[in-house]
Design a protein around this ligand. Sequence first.
Ligand SMILES: [Zn+2]
Ligand SMILES: [Zn+2]
Length: 211
Amino acid sequence: LEAVVRILVDNRVGMVRDPYLGRHGLAVVVEVPSEDLRVLFDTGPSKDVLENNLRVAGLGRGFDAVVISHEHWDHTGGLGAVEAERVVKPGGDEVDLLDGAIVATRTFEGEYEGEPMPERSLIVGDLALIGCCHFRLEELLEEYEPRMVLGGLHLMGRPRRELDRVVEALLDHGVRRVFPCHCTGIPESSYLANRVGGEPGYVPMELRVEL
Ligand SMILES: [Zn+2]
Ligand SMILES: [Zn+2]
């Protein structure tokens, strides 16, 4: 079984001719063609950006499930652009979306500017999709043991020693490829990818993941 994971909205657009929009935010599409399953992880900052990038990618607006990592505008803003049978919001326990192979994690107790910010991730086989990582990354690495990590790690402008702490945590927990994007920051994403393996994420980067 194979999942196709594609970054659909991110701060950065790669060198493609198609008119994707790059905006501060995150949305990632997970498709399992053989199961006819389509899941959207986060929705980017606004309806028009998500609508545009879905259209450019040749994707429809219908999803089996939308998983919202946390209630920040740059992850929830595009929700109105899609139709979903099920919307999984932060709060509560794990939600199994495909026989344990695709799972919305339990809600981690994150924090943002001193306030609680509950946040979920999405596990796709060996890959963990992370919205902004307002929670302690080690908790997720210990509980779900992903080998690859894609998404926002909230490291924009952070000092080198903090990046090194994250690199150590990733390597210590067996992560071998990272695709940092969104709030990780561009130089910080390159640094992480160079140290751990992988590459900085961008629209419309695509990964194939064995389930
Ligand atoms: Zn964010
Ligand atoms: Zn956030």
